[in-house]
Write a protein of this length. Sequence first.
Length: 366
Amino acid sequence: MTVDDIALTLHRGLGPKGAAHLIAVLGSAQAVYAASEEELVGGAGLRPDLARDIRRRTAHRQAEAELRYMQRHGIGAVAATDADYPALLRDCPDPPHVLYFVGERSALNGRNLAVVGTRMATPYGQRMCDVLIGRLAELETHATVVSGLAYGIDGHAHRAALRYGLPTVAVVANVLPEVSPSSHRDLAREVVAHGGAIVSELHSQTRQNGSFFIPRNRIIAGMSEGTVVVESPVGGGALSTAELADGYGRTVMAVPGRAGDKCSVGTNRLIMARSAAMVCSGDDVVRELGWDIVRVGEIPARKPAPPLLAGDERRVLEAIGEGETLDTDTLAVRSGVPAGSLAAVLLGLELAGLIRSLPGRRYERV
């Protein structure tokens, strides 16, 4: 990845498809900037004004500033012509020429599975994230869970991957090193600390305007062998990821929900329309993707060993009785843990797989 690669993404009017076209014609960003105006216009079909901008290297000053920004904030980058760029994403018609990341570069090229869904996840959807991802870990698939770090199913997919020891990649629609939503900063740190990565196509000079979520979804779909939609209402954002995955020729799967449940109308319709294969377990996912692993269905499921708990974590866990769901105010009173410390304790217990968060800031034991 060079300054030329970054500069290629900064020319107005070029865009991901335009950059991909230039790379396909000329071979590399360096070759693009070495080409004559005649080659850019006649051979590559660029507009004359854009060809002149490229010849004049008008974006290189911004690109050099971007490199300095990356160095200050510990951000890595990989270009579509680099060997370690996600291979599946490179094969798409509209890949971002440069991907920025924080974390492990190697995580970008794993056996990627996208797990996405509604921000208004139900306890059923949360449990299904655990069921599918826990089983994939049990079957030693060596899968990497890819999602969008959003509230709901996305966040639960990342947490389930962490809980069961699978790497996970979060693709965000904002400039690194920040993450959105900001309340998921601790989750993002856990993702990186456990061998995963936070990924964005947005450079630091991007103006945030709320329009980057659908383009973000193409990265989730494009870098993954398959996409599982766990819960989605009609018109949910996760359905756009499924549609993009289908357009890229990837396997689309959906978890069925109870008839009439608002959060499962979208997934049930995907299955009814035969736009997605119905999956109810990690074994189903493995079969749909044709993964070659240990014989499917013959390994008994097991829970990860419980971690050793610190004093506050032990008190909070003991405060939740079997079958109870408690809100944070009740937990603070029962456990004696100050409200200011409780959120961090609850996050640690959730990442350890010992409790599950429910709507209304309530928690139950797993």
